[in-house]
Design a protein around this ligand. Structure first.
Ligand code: AMP
Ligand code: MG
Length: 182
């Protein structure tokens, strides 16, 4: 079945992390899935939200909270399971039928690792856009610029809190929209 191409799903995940390697016995878990839809025709960004996810194989370290602002209390209160979050993507965002985009390869790899580790299906289709690589190629940079740097080059203000999935997804959508229209 062909992709629905009216809107692109932008994804940015935050995951449990440590200053170096994971603590003994822990594996990095997704704790927020930032999402929005970019309307290809109008450039409108809609349905921007962050789904908080309860980590099942690790805990949120103070280092991780410092980076992301996400606390153990926030996910305990509002988090859902990773499996449920994948189901929201499929049902509410038609994630298997749409093209999806993220900044770099990390989000794709983390989803693949976690889905295979816990034995659930991958919630996205095969068409993935790596906005980081596309931005570098479009501008003939010769290197891959980070999200904040890319916004700076474009003179687009960084909205919200960097390293919060909900805001990163919105900002990445702005970059992708620029690429599609310039
Ligand atoms: P980002 O989308 O840039 O906010 O990063 C996604 C995830 O990558 C974070 O939630 C962390 O798990 C990990 N990460 C990003 N930057 C760092 C860092 N400086 N040190 C450790 N982990 C990081
Ligand atoms: Mg992020």
């Amino acid at each position: 079945m062909p992709n629905i191409l009216d809107k692109i799903i932008i994804i940015d995940v935050e995951a449990t992390c440590w200053e170096g390697a994971p603590l003994a016995g822990m594996e990095s878990d997704i704790i927020e899935i930032g999402i929005c839809l970019l309307d290809v025709q109008t450039g409108e960004i809609t349905d921007n939200k962050g789904i908080l996810v309860k980590p099942e194989r690790s805990t949120i370290s103070p280092f991780c909270t410092e980076l992301t602002t996400i606390t153990p209390e926030m996910v305990a209160k509002d988090g859902i399971s990773f499996k449920e979050a994948c189901s929201v993507l499929r049902k509410e965002y038609l994630s298997q039928k749409r093209v999806w985009a993220s900044f770099g390869a990390y989000d794709l790899k983390q989803f693949q690792r976690q889905c295979s580790a816990i034995g659930i299906g991958f919630p996205f289709g095969p068409s993935h856009i790596n906005v980081k690589t596309l931005f570098a190629l479009k501008n003939k940079l010769g290197y891959e610029e980070g999200m904040a740097g890319a916004l700076k080059i474009l003179d687009i203000p960084l909205k919200g809190t960097h390293h919060r999935g909900v805001d990163d997804a919105f900002n990445i959508a702005k970059i992708l929209n620029w690429i599609l229209n310039n």
